[in-house]
Design a protein around this ligand. Structure first.
Ligand SMILES: NC(=O)c1ccc[n+]([C@@H]2O[C@H](COP(=O)([O-])OP(=O)(O)OC[C@H]3O[C@@H](n4cnc5c(N)ncnc54)[C@H](O)[C@@H]3O)[C@@H](O)[C@H]2O)c1
Ligand SMILES: O=C(O)C(=O)C[C@]1(C(=O)O)C=C[C@@H](O)C=C1
Length: 366
């Protein structure tokens, strides 16, 4: 494949897609554009793209594929701008936005028949933003949702999937409406809850400063996504208003129900509430990225002495095995603690296990 790809938006998602495309199709030329000149220059110096341009029309004119990877309200604006430019006959335009209804509607309204728009949404990401957080394998095993317009032929759909095959994601085709309902439940609303829990803790901290200091474990796990880009989430909430209002109502009803159980001390019902949630949560496909992010965790028994963590990570670094997360689960004096190392892939975890066993560490996988 030696097509021209024009990547608009060189942040986490645009950067990651560019890297994965280049890995599978080295002859593809990727031209990058971003309104933030710092991101643009970084993308060029990190070799995430081959060339950069500072005007939309410069990159759009010769593009066989245009990928719009910017916050969703900006995406609508840019689709409009693109529709005013002279584009190659048969160009395939796609986006990566977390909402689909409004974007697909805009694309259908503005593009003529010689432009093939296919809505897209890779269902994996991070709370980190910017090109420096981009990774070629960000979407491995994740679902990649496509919402083609009715007229989109099989040929264009196949071509786009070939271009994006390096993501190693699993493509799934649904309607924009279905998309916004599903993501409202499993992605958009959870982000609101995470942010609201953080706000609540902040308010309580004014009464007692220990709140912030003690906020660890569960609080950190459930609020990681509250560190995501505010601009991105503002736009998503504005786009998916109808669905989110419906979920708010159900959620408020649910919270009243649990509140009543607590007030009335209904022990059995409280148990059932947690038990049913645990059952549903435990049977979700954890190896697969998507609704629940997958982590390839390796547990290592470690004695508690200074420098132990750098010793373990040092062995892994020698063999160029990268860790995505590290956490001490339990380290008390004079006993063995447990280090939980997370990896991006199962392969990295296997290599790490062999490496650490060679250095006489006991390792286990849950
Ligand atoms: N972060 C995630 O987890 C995730 C996952 C899947 C999809 N998405 C979607 O991907 C899109 C991009 O998110 P991201 O995480 O890469 O954000 P990001 O902040 O890392 O990158 C966005 C980039 O777009 C640029 N930009 C903004 N407006 C622009 C414009 N008008 N023209 C050109 N460049 C512009 C910004 O300067 C920035 O570099 C969003 O629509 C988001 O909803 C995000
Ligand atoms: O892992 C995270 O940090 C994410 O929030 C990723 C996440 C999600 O909600 O699952 C966020 C928004 C995207 O549209 C898709 C994926």
């Amino acid at each position: 494949m030696n097509s021209n790809v024009f990547m608009i938006g060189l942040g986490l998602i645009g950067g990651s897609l560019a890297l994965s495309i280049k890995e599978t199709h080295p002859n593809v030329t990727i031209i990058g554009y971003d309104i933030n000149t710092e991101q643009l220059e970084l993308a060029k110096s990190l070799k995430v793209v081959d060339h950069t341009v500072t005007m939309l029309e410069e990159g759009a004119a010769n593009a066989d594929y245009i990928i719009v990877a910017i916050p969703v309200t900006q995406a609508e604006k840019v689709l409009n701008e693109l529709s005013q430019l002279s584009l190659k006959e048969g160009v395939i335009v796609t986006d990566v936005g977390s909402t689909k209804k409004q974007i697909v509607q805009t694309a259908q309204a503005v593009f003529s028949d010689n432009v093939h728009f296919i809505g897209g949404h890779p269902m994996a990401g991070s709370h980190k933003s910017g090109v420096t957080a981009a990774k070629a394998h960000l979407f491995e095993n994740a679902f990649y949702i496509l919402t083609p317009s009715n007229e989109e032929s099989e040929k264009e759909m196949n071509e786009l999937q070939v271009l994006l095959s390096g993501t190693k994601a699993q493509f799934i085709v649904i309607t924009p409406d279905e998309h916004d309902k599903l993501t409202g439940v499993i992605s958009h609303f959870p982000h609101i809850i995470a942010a609201s829990l953080v706000h609540q803790a902040e308010q309580y901290e004014q009464e007692n400063e220990l709140v912030g200091k003690l906020a660890a474990g569960g609080f950190r796990d459930i609020t990681r996504i509250a560190s995501s880009s505010p601009a991105m989430w503002r736009d998503i909430l504005l786009h998916n208003k109808e669905m989110l209002l419906e979920i708010f109502d159900r959620w408020i009803f649910e919270m009243h129900k649990v509140r009543d159980l607590v007030e009335e001390k209904k022990a059995e019902s409280i148990f059932d509430y947690f038990e049913q949630a645990k059952q549903f949560r435990d049977q979700l496909p954890v190896r697969q990225k998507g609704a629940i992010p997958s982590f390839y965790d390796l547990y290592v028994d470690v004695p508690d002495y200074p420098g132990i963590i750098s010793e373990v990570t040092g062995h892994l670094a020698e063999e160029e095995i990268s860790i995505t997360n590290i956490r001490i689960l339990e380290t008390r004096e004079d006993i063995y603690g447990v280090l939980r190392l997370s990896f991006q892939t199962d392969d990295d975890r296997k290599k790490a296990r062999v490496c650490l066993q060679k250095h006489s560490y006991a390792t286990f996988i849950q």
